[in-house]
Design a protein around this ligand. Structure first.
Ligand SMILES: Nc1ncnc2c1ncn2[C@@H]1O[C@H](COP(=O)(O)OP(=O)(O)OP(=O)(O)O)[C@@H](O)[C@H]1O
Length: 215
């Protein structure tokens, strides 16, 4: 499986945020997008997820046999918001996402196992809104685990996480990559990931180079 961006151009209103963005991410690889506030990181992630149209260029996902795959069915998108209902219990939120996003082969952790994987056993029965900001983010990460999808698109995934949870996040991503997954993450802070492909948005785009940096 391979995710490929070709000459992507992103615009908001009259401003061109980035132009000529090209990269290729394969199984087991992570691309990390950095840049100052307003550089267009979230815009790019939303574009990759299919939530915003590109001005020009393309983003495609291809299976191991070379066939095009629909990003909407093969990717998880984690935005700034956690996409959980505050009034529903943690378990109810995750059960909804599991039913909604689980692939046909049914792969993914059980709700309880996913909650345990993010270190929050014991909160399943609580309304999501009762949790702290960091706990809410960890449950949002658990959503990635209840339905197995190969491409993770993550916008500021560690926002609100403490340093122990940062480590937990890095472990989850490493496990995902080790299982043949792909990850593309936008961030302001080091994510603790080994050997990522860096992509820096500066307003004036600088092209991605090979893997090898620690972020
Ligand atoms: N819906 C919108 N309409 C018009 N302009 C927008 C819209 N959403 C974002 N922008 C503008 O696009 C630019 C890039 O925003 P974006 O959220 O992609 O940046 P970012 O790099 O993710 O920033 P941050 O680091 O602050 O999260 C900003 O100048 C922002 O004001």
């Amino acid at each position: 499986m391979r995710a490929t961006a070709t000459k992507l151009k992103g615009r908001r209103g009259d401003s061109v945020l980035f132009d000529d963005i090209s990269f290729s991410v394969g199984r087991g690889e992570a691309l990390v997008v950095t840049g100052p506030n307003g550089a267009g990181k979230s815009t790019l992630l939303r574009m990759l997820a299919g939530l915003l149209a590109a001005d020009s260029g393309s983003f495609t996902l291809q299976g191991d046999d070379g066939a095009d795959l629909p990003v909407a069915e093969f990717a998880h998108y984690l935005g700034h918001r956690n996409a959980m209902k505050r009034e529903l219990r943690v378990s109810e939120n995750l059960s909804f996402w599991q039913r909604f996003q689980r692939p046909e082969d049914g792969q993914g952790l059980s709700v309880d196992a996913a909650i345990e994987a993010v270190g929050l056993s014991g909160v399943a029965h609580l309304p999501f809104g009762y949790l702290s900001a960091g706990q809410q983010r960890r449950i949002a990460l658990a959503r990635l685990l209840v339905a197995r999808r190969p491409l993770w698109l993550l916008d500021e995934p560690t926002a609100a996480l403490d340093s122990r949870s940062d480590r937990l996040f890095a472990d989850l991503v490493h496990a995902h990559l080790a299982e043949g997954g792909l990850a593309i993450a936008a961030t302001h802070q080091p994510l603790g990931l080994d050997r990522v492909i860096p992509l820096e948005l500066t307003g004036i785009h600088r092209a991605a180079t090979g893997a090898g940096e620690v972020w």
